[in-house]
Design a protein around this ligand. Sequence first.
Ligand SMILES: [Zn+2]
Ligand SMILES: [Zn+2]
Length: 140
Amino acid sequence: MRTKEACLQELKTKGIRLTRSRKALISFLVAAHAPRAIPEIQTSFQKEGIVFHKTTLYRELEFLINEGIVKEVIVSGEKRYYELVGEHHHHTVCLSCGDIRDIVFRENLLPIEQALSQEDGFQVLEHSLEFFGLCRMCKI
Ligand SMILES: [Zn+2]
Ligand SMILES: [Zn+2]
């Protein structure tokens, strides 16, 4: 995972203005260590007294996605979450509370991608993998 300083430095190098809200958004995503949805981001900012209008937040996230700082995680083709671009990883999603977490996957999926290419002639460009279930808290 990239540090806040690394992200800010990258933007600075590109000559991108580091507004207060932009800095706050990056700090939030660095601290989250997991994908976050728009309402969660808004609530967190409200607590800190930063008013982030939904449209502004969308625009800001879109901007950071285009700059390669933020990545959009789409779960089940509908729910959208945002996280910092980092090493490739996968997610667990709780079906009860909606908690989404990053997971480090020991298995190497490259042989599967190679098999798809050799057996089905399908060229994999990327993959995303989510495990759905119940989190530690909801399991009880
Ligand atoms: Zn849960
Ligand atoms: Zn993630």
